[in-house]
Write a protein that binds this ligand. Structure first.
Ligand code: SF4
Ligand code: SF4
Length: 275
Protein backbone atom coordinates (compact mmCIF):
# COMPACT_ATOMS: atom_id res chain seq x y z
CA UNK A 1 0.00 0.00 0.00
CA UNK A 2 2.80 2.36 0.98
CA UNK A 3 4.57 1.60 -2.33
CA UNK A 4 1.43 2.46 -4.29
CA UNK A 5 1.00 5.74 -2.42
CA UNK A 6 4.67 6.60 -2.90
CA UNK A 7 4.48 5.84 -6.65
CA UNK A 8 1.32 7.90 -7.05
CA UNK A 9 2.95 10.74 -5.14
CA UNK A 10 6.09 10.68 -7.32
CA UNK A 11 4.04 10.54 -10.54
CA UNK A 12 1.79 13.35 -9.30
CA UNK A 13 4.84 15.43 -8.40
CA UNK A 14 6.37 14.90 -11.82
CA UNK A 15 3.05 15.84 -13.48
CA UNK A 16 2.85 19.07 -11.46
CA UNK A 17 6.48 19.88 -12.31
CA UNK A 18 5.90 19.26 -16.04
CA UNK A 19 2.69 21.32 -16.06
CA UNK A 20 4.49 24.18 -14.33
CA UNK A 21 7.39 23.97 -16.82
CA UNK A 22 4.95 24.00 -19.74
CA UNK A 23 3.03 26.94 -18.31
CA UNK A 24 6.30 28.85 -17.79
CA UNK A 25 7.46 28.03 -21.33
CA UNK A 26 4.08 29.11 -22.77
CA UNK A 27 4.38 32.37 -20.86
CA UNK A 28 8.01 33.00 -21.87
CA UNK A 29 7.65 32.04 -25.52
CA UNK A 30 4.16 33.37 -26.11
CA UNK A 31 3.89 35.08 -29.50
CA UNK A 32 1.93 38.26 -29.31
CA UNK A 33 -0.50 38.68 -32.15
CA UNK A 34 -1.76 42.13 -32.82
CA UNK A 35 -5.57 42.01 -32.53
CA UNK A 36 -5.77 44.11 -35.71
CA UNK A 37 -4.60 41.03 -37.68
CA UNK A 38 -7.77 39.17 -36.74
CA UNK A 39 -9.89 42.20 -37.59
CA UNK A 40 -8.35 42.50 -41.05
CA UNK A 41 -8.60 38.75 -41.64
CA UNK A 42 -12.34 39.05 -41.18
CA UNK A 43 -12.42 41.55 -44.06
CA UNK A 44 -10.63 39.13 -46.43
CA UNK A 45 -12.47 36.45 -48.40
CA UNK A 46 -10.55 33.51 -46.86
CA UNK A 47 -9.89 31.75 -50.18
CA UNK A 48 -6.12 31.68 -49.48
CA UNK A 49 -5.39 31.85 -53.23
CA UNK A 50 -2.09 33.75 -52.92
CA UNK A 51 -3.01 36.44 -55.47
CA UNK A 52 -1.88 39.07 -52.95
CA UNK A 53 1.64 37.59 -52.99
CA UNK A 54 1.34 36.06 -49.52
CA UNK A 55 0.76 32.44 -48.48
CA UNK A 56 -2.82 33.13 -47.50
CA UNK A 57 -5.29 35.68 -46.17
CA UNK A 58 -3.83 35.54 -42.64
CA UNK A 59 -0.30 36.31 -43.84
CA UNK A 60 -1.62 39.15 -45.97
CA UNK A 61 -3.47 40.60 -42.95
CA UNK A 62 -0.21 40.42 -40.95
CA UNK A 63 1.66 42.17 -43.78
CA UNK A 64 -0.88 45.01 -43.85
CA UNK A 65 -0.61 45.47 -40.08
CA UNK A 66 3.20 45.42 -40.36
CA UNK A 67 2.85 48.06 -43.10
CA UNK A 68 4.68 45.80 -45.54
CA UNK A 69 1.76 45.64 -47.96
CA UNK A 70 -0.95 47.98 -49.17
CA UNK A 71 -4.65 47.25 -48.91
CA UNK A 72 -5.17 46.85 -52.67
CA UNK A 73 -3.72 43.39 -53.29
CA UNK A 74 -6.75 41.16 -52.88
CA UNK A 75 -7.98 40.61 -56.45
CA UNK A 76 -10.70 38.06 -55.58
CA UNK A 77 -12.17 40.44 -52.99
CA UNK A 78 -12.36 43.34 -55.43
CA UNK A 79 -13.67 46.70 -54.36
CA UNK A 80 -15.83 45.34 -51.49
CA UNK A 81 -12.76 43.99 -49.68
CA UNK A 82 -10.77 47.11 -50.53
CA UNK A 83 -13.46 49.27 -48.92
CA UNK A 84 -13.65 47.03 -45.85
CA UNK A 85 -9.85 47.14 -45.42
CA UNK A 86 -9.86 50.90 -45.90
CA UNK A 87 -12.52 51.28 -43.20
CA UNK A 88 -10.62 48.97 -40.83
CA UNK A 89 -7.22 50.58 -41.34
CA UNK A 90 -8.18 54.17 -42.03
CA UNK A 91 -6.22 54.04 -45.30
CA UNK A 92 -7.55 55.75 -48.40
CA UNK A 93 -9.39 53.41 -50.78
CA UNK A 94 -8.93 53.76 -54.50
CA UNK A 95 -10.90 51.73 -57.04
CA UNK A 96 -9.49 48.41 -58.17
CA UNK A 97 -9.60 47.54 -61.83
CA UNK A 98 -10.88 43.98 -62.12
CA UNK A 99 -8.27 41.81 -63.82
CA UNK A 100 -9.04 38.43 -65.36
CA UNK A 101 -6.92 35.74 -66.97
CA UNK A 102 -6.77 35.49 -70.75
CA UNK A 103 -5.29 32.70 -72.90
CA UNK A 104 -3.57 34.44 -75.81
CA UNK A 105 -4.29 31.73 -78.35
CA UNK A 106 -7.25 30.71 -80.50
CA UNK A 107 -5.75 27.47 -81.78
CA UNK A 108 -8.76 25.19 -81.50
CA UNK A 109 -8.67 21.69 -82.95
CA UNK A 110 -10.12 23.17 -86.18
CA UNK A 111 -7.72 26.12 -86.37
CA UNK A 112 -4.35 24.69 -85.31
CA UNK A 113 -2.51 21.83 -86.96
CA UNK A 114 -0.81 18.92 -85.20
CA UNK A 115 2.55 17.64 -86.35
CA UNK A 116 2.16 14.24 -84.67
CA UNK A 117 -0.08 12.32 -82.31
CA UNK A 118 0.64 12.48 -78.59
CA UNK A 119 -0.13 9.53 -76.35
CA UNK A 120 1.76 10.62 -73.23
CA UNK A 121 0.55 12.01 -69.91
CA UNK A 122 -2.40 14.37 -70.38
CA UNK A 123 -0.50 17.32 -68.96
CA UNK A 124 0.75 20.41 -70.79
CA UNK A 125 4.16 20.43 -69.05
CA UNK A 126 4.76 16.79 -70.01
CA UNK A 127 3.59 17.34 -73.60
CA UNK A 128 5.66 20.52 -73.91
CA UNK A 129 8.80 18.79 -72.65
CA UNK A 130 8.41 16.05 -75.25
CA UNK A 131 9.93 17.78 -78.29
CA UNK A 132 7.91 20.94 -77.71
CA UNK A 133 4.49 19.30 -77.85
CA UNK A 134 2.35 17.86 -80.59
CA UNK A 135 1.18 21.14 -82.15
CA UNK A 136 2.79 22.42 -85.34
CA UNK A 137 2.89 25.86 -83.66
CA UNK A 138 5.55 25.94 -80.96
CA UNK A 139 3.72 28.73 -79.12
CA UNK A 140 0.07 27.65 -79.08
CA UNK A 141 -2.17 26.09 -76.47
CA UNK A 142 -1.57 22.37 -76.01
CA UNK A 143 -5.03 21.88 -74.57
CA UNK A 144 -4.15 19.32 -71.88
CA UNK A 145 -5.61 21.55 -69.19
CA UNK A 146 -2.77 22.16 -66.71
CA UNK A 147 -4.24 25.63 -66.21
CA UNK A 148 -7.77 24.33 -65.70
CA UNK A 149 -6.58 21.91 -63.01
CA UNK A 150 -5.03 24.65 -60.86
CA UNK A 151 -7.95 27.05 -61.14
CA UNK A 152 -9.69 27.11 -57.73
CA UNK A 153 -13.04 28.17 -59.17
CA UNK A 154 -13.28 26.10 -62.40
CA UNK A 155 -13.12 29.24 -64.52
CA UNK A 156 -11.15 27.53 -67.32
CA UNK A 157 -12.79 25.25 -69.83
CA UNK A 158 -10.95 23.09 -72.36
CA UNK A 159 -13.00 23.26 -75.52
CA UNK A 160 -11.80 21.73 -78.80
CA UNK A 161 -8.25 21.38 -77.39
CA UNK A 162 -8.13 25.04 -76.38
CA UNK A 163 -8.17 26.56 -72.89
CA UNK A 164 -10.78 29.30 -72.53
CA UNK A 165 -11.18 31.45 -69.43
CA UNK A 166 -14.71 32.44 -68.42
CA UNK A 167 -14.08 36.02 -67.23
CA UNK A 168 -17.29 36.13 -65.19
CA UNK A 169 -16.02 33.21 -63.08
CA UNK A 170 -12.34 34.23 -62.83
CA UNK A 171 -11.43 35.67 -59.41
CA UNK A 172 -8.05 36.95 -60.63
CA UNK A 173 -5.89 34.71 -58.43
CA UNK A 174 -3.22 34.24 -61.19
CA UNK A 175 -2.71 30.54 -60.33
CA UNK A 176 -3.13 29.59 -64.00
CA UNK A 177 -0.51 32.07 -65.22
CA UNK A 178 2.42 30.11 -63.77
CA UNK A 179 0.94 26.72 -64.71
CA UNK A 180 1.15 27.22 -68.49
CA UNK A 181 4.43 25.96 -69.98
CA UNK A 182 3.77 28.09 -73.08
CA UNK A 183 3.39 31.33 -71.06
CA UNK A 184 0.12 31.91 -72.87
CA UNK A 185 -1.87 33.31 -69.97
CA UNK A 186 -1.75 36.85 -68.66
CA UNK A 187 -4.02 39.04 -66.58
CA UNK A 188 -5.92 41.65 -68.56
CA UNK A 189 -8.45 44.30 -67.49
CA UNK A 190 -11.92 42.72 -67.45
CA UNK A 191 -13.31 45.83 -69.12
CA UNK A 192 -11.19 45.30 -72.24
CA UNK A 193 -12.83 42.89 -74.69
CA UNK A 194 -10.76 43.16 -77.88
CA UNK A 195 -7.65 40.97 -77.80
CA UNK A 196 -4.90 39.56 -79.99
CA UNK A 197 -5.43 35.82 -79.55
CA UNK A 198 -2.08 34.65 -80.84
CA UNK A 199 1.36 34.28 -79.27
CA UNK A 200 3.36 33.02 -82.22
CA UNK A 201 6.68 34.76 -82.72
CA UNK A 202 7.19 32.98 -86.04
CA UNK A 203 7.33 34.83 -89.35
CA UNK A 204 3.97 35.11 -91.14
CA UNK A 205 4.25 32.21 -93.60
CA UNK A 206 5.40 29.79 -90.87
CA UNK A 207 2.74 30.97 -88.42
CA UNK A 208 0.00 30.71 -91.06
CA UNK A 209 1.07 27.20 -92.03
CA UNK A 210 0.63 26.08 -88.43
CA UNK A 211 -2.68 27.79 -87.64
CA UNK A 212 -5.60 29.35 -89.51
CA UNK A 213 -5.88 32.24 -87.03
CA UNK A 214 -2.23 33.19 -86.53
CA UNK A 215 -0.78 36.67 -86.48
CA UNK A 216 1.22 37.09 -89.69
CA UNK A 217 3.07 40.22 -88.56
CA UNK A 218 1.59 42.42 -91.31
CA UNK A 219 1.39 45.49 -89.00
CA UNK A 220 -2.03 46.54 -90.34
CA UNK A 221 -3.50 46.78 -86.79
CA UNK A 222 -0.61 48.95 -85.58
CA UNK A 223 -1.11 51.24 -88.60
CA UNK A 224 -4.90 51.47 -88.10
CA UNK A 225 -4.85 51.90 -84.32
CA UNK A 226 -1.31 52.46 -83.05
CA UNK A 227 -2.45 53.34 -79.54
CA UNK A 228 -4.15 50.00 -78.97
CA UNK A 229 -1.83 47.73 -80.99
CA UNK A 230 1.95 47.55 -81.15
CA UNK A 231 4.33 45.10 -82.80
CA UNK A 232 6.76 42.84 -81.00
CA UNK A 233 8.80 41.37 -83.85
CA UNK A 234 6.30 39.49 -86.02
CA UNK A 235 3.60 39.46 -83.36
CA UNK A 236 0.94 42.11 -82.73
CA UNK A 237 0.38 42.97 -79.07
CA UNK A 238 -2.59 44.64 -77.46
CA UNK A 239 -1.77 47.75 -75.42
CA UNK A 240 -4.36 47.55 -72.64
CA UNK A 241 -3.62 51.09 -71.47
CA UNK A 242 -5.70 52.31 -74.38
CA UNK A 243 -9.12 51.43 -75.77
CA UNK A 244 -9.48 50.28 -79.36
CA UNK A 245 -10.63 53.37 -81.24
CA UNK A 246 -10.76 51.73 -84.65
CA UNK A 247 -12.72 48.47 -84.36
CA UNK A 248 -12.28 47.98 -88.12
CA UNK A 249 -8.98 46.31 -87.21
CA UNK A 250 -10.96 43.16 -86.40
CA UNK A 251 -12.24 42.86 -89.96
CA UNK A 252 -9.06 44.14 -91.58
CA UNK A 253 -6.74 41.72 -89.78
CA UNK A 254 -5.79 39.17 -92.45
CA UNK A 255 -4.69 36.67 -89.80
CA UNK A 256 -8.13 36.81 -88.08
CA UNK A 257 -6.36 36.78 -84.73
CA UNK A 258 -7.91 40.00 -83.33
CA UNK A 259 -11.08 38.98 -81.55
CA UNK A 260 -13.88 40.84 -79.79
CA UNK A 261 -14.84 38.61 -76.84
CA UNK A 262 -17.78 40.78 -75.73
CA UNK A 263 -21.06 38.89 -75.93
CA UNK A 264 -22.97 39.79 -79.08
CA UNK A 265 -25.84 42.24 -78.43
CA UNK A 266 -29.34 40.76 -78.67
CA UNK A 267 -30.73 40.78 -82.21
CA UNK A 268 -32.79 43.88 -82.99
CA UNK A 269 -36.39 43.20 -84.06
CA UNK A 270 -36.83 43.71 -87.79
CA UNK A 271 -39.64 45.83 -89.17
CA UNK A 272 -43.02 44.40 -88.33
CA UNK A 273 -41.60 42.45 -85.35
CA UNK A 274 -42.11 43.39 -81.73
CA UNK A 275 -39.31 43.33 -79.11
S1 SF4 B 1 -8.75 31.57 -64.48
FE1 SF4 B 1 -8.79 30.56 -62.46
S2 SF4 B 1 -6.63 30.20 -61.93
FE2 SF4 B 1 -6.67 31.75 -63.59
S3 SF4 B 1 -6.68 33.74 -62.51
FE3 SF4 B 1 -8.82 33.20 -62.93
S4 SF4 B 1 -9.51 32.16 -61.05
FE4 SF4 B 1 -7.26 32.17 -60.98
S1 SF4 C 1 -3.24 27.55 -71.72
FE1 SF4 C 1 -1.27 26.57 -71.30
S2 SF4 C 1 -1.67 25.30 -69.48
FE2 SF4 C 1 -3.68 25.83 -70.32
S3 SF4 C 1 -4.21 24.11 -71.66
FE3 SF4 C 1 -3.18 25.67 -72.94
S4 SF4 C 1 -0.99 25.09 -72.95
FE4 SF4 C 1 -2.01 24.00 -71.26
Amino acid sequence: MLTILLTAGVIGGIAVLCASALALAAHCFAVYEDPRVGELEKCLPGVNCGACGYAGCSDYAKAIVAEEAGIDRCAPGGNDVLEALAAATGAAATTLEKMVALVHCNGTAENAKHRHAYNGIMDCQAAHQLAGGDMTCNYGCLGYGSCARVCPVDAIEINKNLAIVHPDLCIGCKACVASCPRNLISMVPASKKIHVLCSSADKGPIAKKACNVACIGCRICAKLDGDAFTMDGFLAKRNYDNDVTNPAVIEKCPGKCIVDTAPAPPAQPTEGQHA
